[in-house]
Design a binder for this molecule. Structure first.
Ligand code: G1P
Length: 310
């Protein structure tokens, strides 16, 4: 029988049960995952990323008030018929694209008991294979290939692989932080590959093992499910995926990190969300040229920091 590590990952899990408190009141009635980044929901970029990396089976772990997410990935025959009648081929293609990206499945988390608990809800769907977890707040630029690198590292070493980013020591308390094996590390397509020797969820800045933070991409061994079942609530009283990964390291299972060198947008933070929308829109063929020229004028007219706008 082949070991789980020898099988390529085919499935992706996307936890979408979070309450989106940072975007209230917008998220009172609209799931934060459906807030538009330019003209597409943030979640569509994430599903697209999974599909592009060769993961056609996607499980969303949802919660209450998230029915709109199921609607988004479902067909809309009335809307499609109306667009067809109008001859609006571009919009029809855009509407189709969201339903054809991947096979999207849903499971409910029931209670919001943390990221580890959300991932545990995927155990029946995943079975005995390595799988990816993508968190919706982190957008990875489509021109960078973080998930593909991580899948290749997992195929080579087995075990689990997490995405890392140097966020600077002053910001590390907002993330899972890692300790890594010292020494020279191989670089694959610009991203360093490191062996992880310890993990801690949101440590105080002066206790963090490094300034390397976990960003929202994981390729996990299915052994994580057994560990998660026995993982007690940790930081914030929640079952933490970071704690389960720390247990895997203690047991001697390989956990590698891919230190991302590309473009990442944090759409979970209001300021970074605005930056992501502006940056991505300014690079688009349709909106980019007029937006860029408006931005130049806008910036030239901005009062200096500290002065009040006229
Ligand atoms: C989660 C993880 C954390 C990770 C972060 C990345 O935290 O628990 O380890 O660094 O995602 O975005 P959350 O942002 O859900 O609090």
């Amino acid at each position: 029988m082949s070991s789980p590590a020898a099988r390529p990952a085919r499935k992706a899990v996307i936890p979408v049960a979070g309450m989106g408190t940072r975007f209230l009141p917008a998220t009172k009635a609209v799931p934060k995952e459906l807030l538009p980044v330019v003209d597409r929901p943030a979640l569509e970029y994430i599903v697209e990323e999974a599909a592009r990396a060769g993961l056609p089976e996607v499980l969303m772990v949802t919660g209450r008030n998230k029915a709109a997410i199921e609607d988004f990935f479902d067909r809309t025959p009335e809307l499609e018929a109306a667009l067809e009648k109008k001859g609006d081929a571009d919009r029809l293609a855009a509407v189709h694209a969201s339903t054809e990206l991947a096979h999207v499945h849903f499971v409910r988390q029931g209670e919001a008991k943390g990221l580890g608990h959300a991932v545990l809800q995927a155990s029946a769907f995943v079975g005995d294979e390595p799988f990816a977890v993508l968190l919706g707040d982190d957008l990875i630029d489509a021109r960078d290939h973080l998930l593909e690198h991580m899948l290749a590292v997992q195929a080579e070493h087995g075990g689990s692989v997490i995405a890392l980013l140097d966020v600077g020591r002053e910001n590390i308390d907002k993330y899972g932080a890692v300790a890594i094996e010292p020494g020279d590390h191989p670089v694959v397509d610009g991203d360093e590959v490191v062996r992880v020797t310890g993990l801690v969820e949101k440590p105080p800045v002066d206790e963090a093992p490094s300034s390397l933070a976990i960003i929202g991409r994981y390729v996990l061994s299915p052994t994580v499910f057994d560990v998660l079942r026995d993982t007690p609530p940790g930081r914030g009283g929640e079952i933490q995926l970071t704690d389960a990964l720390a247990t895997l390291v203690e047991r001697g299972e390989p956990v590698h990190g891919v230190v991302f060198s590309g473009r990442r947008y944090d759409t979970g933070d209001r300021l970074d969300y605005l930056k992501a929308v502006i940056r991505l829109a300014s690079e688009r063929d349709d909106l980019g040229p007029p937006l860029r020229s408006w931005l130049h004028e806008f910036v030239a007219d901005l009062p200096a920091e500290g002065a009040s706008p006229s």
